[in-house]
Write a protein that binds this ligand. Structure first.
Ligand SMILES: Nc1ncnc2c1ncn2[C@@H]1O[C@H](COP(=O)(O)OP(=O)(O)OP(=O)(O)O)[C@@H](O)[C@H]1O
Ligand SMILES: O=C([O-])CC(=O)C(=O)O
Ligand SMILES: [Ca+2]
Ligand SMILES: [Mn+2]
Length: 654
C-alpha cells in the first residue's frame, strides 16, 4: 500500500479514491453532485438530449388506437406516409424511415398498393430500393437546426427568428394556379372571366403529381407535417404537408393549428395533402403549363401539388382555397378577413385585399386577436382557420406595431428580410430582396390572442380599402346593400408585390376581397354574408387605409394612429350614433367627427388642395367601380330580387 502526497492511500486494484477534504463539520457543504453516468464523450453528449416524453398512456376509451402497441402505431403512421408518397405508376410507396439520415434509423415501412398485385417487373427501380427519411412534425428547434445546417440563406436573427429566403419567387403566382375540372367541379366551381380557377385535366394533374412525388422520393429526406385547420371542433380539417425544406415545415408548423401529442397519435388519414416540390420546376412540355411554376389543386383527390415556387404563402393560400370549397358545402362562410374581439365579446371582421391592414388592424393591444387572415362564420359564430399569423414586415417599427414586433422571436419564420451580417439585426426598411417581406409566427406569440381562436357572431363588418386615388373617406357607415356592393367589388390599390410581378400601385377589384382564393361564384359567398349580417344585426363599414390629400405620389397614406382611433370608435359603438352626411357620387355616409381624428380629414375633398383634380379623380374611380360591377349585374344575390336590386343601386351614382 502506498501513500501519495495528499495522504490518501490507494490500492492498485481499486480506482483512485475520492479526495475528501474537511469530511466532518466543515464549513463548505459538498455541492459536487453525482458523477455523470457516461463512459465516453459520445455517451456524455448523448445524455444532452432527453428522449421525448413517452406519449400519453392510452386508457382504453380512445377508440381503436387504444388497443394497439406503440410499435404498431408507429408502423401505421409510416405506412400512411408511404402511401401519401406513393408513385401511382409504379404502384408502390417508398420505403420510409423515421428520422434524420444523418442520425439513427428508427423504423421502416413500405407500402404496396392493393391494386398492384402482379409480379413486380417494372416496379423495381433504383428509387424503390432506397429509403426516404421522414422528418415528422419536428419541433421548431429541430427545424432551426435542419435549416441552418442544410439550407443556404438560413440564419438566426438578433431576436431569435429564423431568417430565410423563399428563392426566386417572393410572392404568390396566381397565373400559375390550376384546378382540376371534372364532372363535379365543372358545375360547382366558378370558371371563366374573373375566376381564379384556371382549368387542368385529371391526367395532367397526375403527371405533375408524379413529378412532385418522384422529386420528393429522390431526396434523402422529406419533412411531413400533420396538422389541423379551423378552430371550430365540428369543422376541423386534417392536413398533411410533405415538403423538402425545413423552412416550409416550420412555416406550416406556425401557420396551421398544432396538434397535441394525443391528437397526433390519433391523427389517422389526412383529409387533404400538399406535395410541395417547390425547388423543382414543372415540365413546360406538359399540357396547360405556361411557365415553370404550377400550383395544382385536385378537389376529388383532395391533393395539391406545388412545383417551381418555394414561396410558402402558396401552401397557406392553397389550403385557404380548399376551405373556400369545403366550408360553403356545409353552409359555413369562409372569409378572407382578420378578426378580433373586445373585452365585452363584441367581434369585428376585417375584410380587405393584401396590404390593406387585416393583420395590422386586427392586432390591437386593447382587443383579443382571434385571427389575422382566414376565418369561418358558421351558426356557432366565428372561428379562425389557422394557427398563426403572416404579417407584412416592410417598414415595421416597434412603436407603431409593438405586438407584431415582439412576435418576431425564436420560432418565427422571417422571409426575405435583410439583416446586418454581424449583429444579425434586421433592417425592416430594406427592400433589397422584395417589398413583400413577411413574418410567420404562431398566434400565441401575440399576448392577447384568444385561444381557442373562436368567438361569437360579429357585430361589425369592416371593409378595408387602400385607396391609392385618395378619394374614399377614411371611414363611412354602410347600409347592408352598400356592404354587399363593396364586398362583391373588393376594391383596393395593390401597393407591394405580394402577387408576383406587381410593383406599382394600381386599382384592383377582387370579388369578396379575395378572388384569388374563392372557388365558387362570388354571389354565393355574398348571399351568405348578407344573410348572416341581417340575421345577427351586424353593421358594415368602409375604411380607407390608403391615401389622403391627393393620390399616390402627391398625397400621403392615412396615419395608422388615426385609423386605429376610427376603429376604436367603431368597436365602442360611439360611431354608430354620430352625425352623418352623404357624399356625392359614392353616396357614402361619413361622420362629422371622431375623437382623436382631425375632423377636416373625414371628408377627403377637404384634404385636396386642387378641388377640380379631386372631383375628376372621384369620377374616374367611380367609373372603374361601375365598369367592374358590370359582370355581376346579371346575377341574383340571395333569395329575392329585392336585395339584388338594392345592391345594384348601392354603387356610385353620377
Ligand atoms: N393607416 C393604415 N392602416 C393600416 N395599415 C397601414 C396604415 N398605414 C400604413 N400601413 C401599413 O400597411 C401594411 C398593412 O399590411 P397588413 O399586413 O396588415 O396587410 P393584410 O391586409 O394583412 O394583407 P395580407 O392578406 O397580404 O396578409 C402594414 O405594413 C402597415 O404598417
Ligand atoms: O398569400 C400571401 O402571400 C399573403 C396574403 O395573405 C395575401 O396575399 O392575402
Ligand atoms: Ca395579413
Ligand atoms: Mn391574406
Amino acid at each position: 500500500m502506498a501513500a501519495n502526497g495528499n495522504g490518501v492511500s490507494t490500492t492498485p486494484k481499486s480506482p483512485l479514491a475520492r479526495i475528501q477534504t474537511q469530511k466532518n463539520g466543515g464549513i463548505c457543504h459538498d455541492d459536487s453532485g453525482k458523477p455523470v453516468k457516461a463512459q465516453t464523450i459520445d455517451e456524455l453528449h448523448s445524455l444532452q438530449k432527453k428522449r421525448s416524453a413517452p406519449t400519453t398512456p392510452l386508457d382504453g376509451v380512445q377508440g381503436t388506437f387504444a388497443t394497439i402497441s406503440e410499435d404498431e402505431r408507429q408502423r401505421q403512421q409510416l405506412q400512411s406516409i408511404s402511401a401519401s408518397l406513393a408513385s401511382l405508376t409504379r404502384g408502390t410507396g417508398p420505403k420510409v424511415v423515421r428520422g434524420d439520415p444523418a442520425g439513427k434509423v428508427q423504423s421502416v415501412s413500405h407500402v404496396a398498393h392493393h391494386h398492384h398485385i402482379e409480379a413486380p417487373t417494372i416496379s423495381v427501380s433504383d428509387s424503390s430500393l432506397k429509403f426516404t427519411h421522414v422528418l415528422y412534425n419536428l419541433s421548431p428547434a429541430e427545424l432551426y437546426e435542419q435549416a441552418i445546417k442544410y439550407e443556404k440563406g438560413s440564419f438566426i436573427t438578433s431576436t431569435g427568428a429564423l431568417a430565410t429566403l423563399s428563392g426566386a419567387k417572393t410572392g404568390r403566382s396566381p397565373r400559375d394556379k390550376r384546378v382540376v375540372i371534372d364532372d363535379t367541379t365543372q358545375d360547382e366551381l366558378w370558371w371563366g372571366k374573373g375566376s381564379p380557377n384556371i382549368e387542368m385535366d385529371e391526367h395532367t394533374f397526375m403527371v405533375n403529381r408524379e413529378r412532385a412525388v418522384d422529386y420528393l422520393n429522390s431526396l434523402d429526406k422529406v419533412f411531413v407535417n400533420d396538422q389541423f385547420l379551423n378552430w371550430d371542433p365540428q369543422n376541423r380539417i386534417k392536413v398533411r404537408i410533405v415538403s423538402a425544406r425545413a423552412y416550409h415545415s416550420l412555416f406550416m408548423h406556425n401557420m396551421c393549428i398544432r396538434p397535441t401529442p394525443e391528437e397526433l397519435e390519433n391523427f389517422g388519414t389526412p383529409d387533404f395533402t400538399i406535395y410541395n416540390a417547390g425547388q423543382f420546376p414543372c415540365n413546360r412540355y406538359t399540357h396547360y403549363m405556361t411557365s415553370s411554376t404550377s400550383i395544382d389543386l385536385n378537389l376529388a383527390r383532395r391533393e395539391m401539388v406545388i412545383l417551381g415556387t418555394q414561396y410558402a404563402g402558396e401552401m397557406k393560400k392553397g389550403l385557404f382555397s380548399v376551405m373556400h370549397y369545403l366550408m360553403p358545402m356545409r353552409q359555413i362562410l369562409s372569409l378572407h378577413s382578420g378578426c378580433n374581439m373586445g373585452k365585452d365579446g363584441d367581434v369585428a371582421l376585417f375584410f380587405g385585399l393584401s396590404g390593406t391592414g387585416k393583420t395590422t388592424l386586427s392586432t390591437d393591444h386593447n382587443r383579443y386577436l382571434i385571427g389575422d387572415d382566414e376565418h369561418c362564420w358558421s351558426d356557432n359564430g366565428v372561428s379562425n382557420i389557422e394557427g398563426g399569423c403572416y404579417a407584412k414586415c416592410i417598414d415595421l417599427s416597434r412603436e407603431k406595431e409593438p405586438d407584431i414586433w415582439n412576435a418576431i422571436k425564436f420560432g418565427t419564420v422571417l422571409e426575405n428580410v435583410v439583416f446586418d451580417e454581424h449583429t444579425r439585426e434586421v433592417d425592416y426598411g430594406d427592400k433589397s430582396v422584395t417589398e413583400n417581406t413577411r413574418a410567420a409566427y404562431p398566434i400565441e406569440y401575440i399576448p392577447n390572442a384568444k385561444i381557442p381562436c373562436v368567438g361569437p357572431h360579429p357585430k361589425n363588418v369592416i371593409l378595408l380599402a387602400c385607396d391609392a386615388f385618395g378619394v374614399l373617406p377614411p371611414v363611412s357607415k354602410l347600409s347592408l346593400a352598400q356592404t354587399m356592393y363593396h364586398f362583391i367589388s373588393g376594391y383596393t390599390a395593390l401597393v407591394a408585390g405580394t402577387e408576383d410581378g406587381i410593383k406599382e400601385p394600381t386599382a384592383t377589384f377582387s370579388a369578396c376581397f379575395g378572388a384569388a382564393f374563392i372557388m365558387l361564384h362570388p354571389t354565393k359567398y355574398a348571399a351568405m354574408l348578407a344573410e348572416k349580417m341581417l340575421k345577427h344585426g351586424a353593421t358594415g363599414w368602409l375604411v380607407n387605409t390608403g391615401w389622403s390629400g391627393g393620390s399616390y405620389g402627391s398625397g400621403n397614406r392615412i396615419k395608422l394612429p388615426y385609423t386605429r382611433k376610427i376603429l376604436d370608435a367603431i368597436h365602442s359603438g360611439s360611431l354608430l350614433n354620430a352625425t352623418y352626411h352623404k357624399t356625392e357620387v359614392f353616396g357614402l355616409d361619413i361622420p362629422t367627427e371622431i375623437e382623436g381624428v382631425p375632423s377636416e380629414i373625414l371628408h377627403p375633398e377637404n384634404t385636396w388642395a386642387d378641388k377640380k383634380a379631386y372631383k375628376e379623380t372621384l369620377l374616374k374611380l367611380a367609373g372603374l367601380f361601375k365598369k367592374n360591377f358590370e359582370t355581376f349585374t346579371n346575377y341574383k344575390i340571395g333569395k329575392d330580387n329585392k336585395l339584388t336590386e338594392e345592391i345594384l343601386a348601392a354603387g356610385p351614382n353620377f
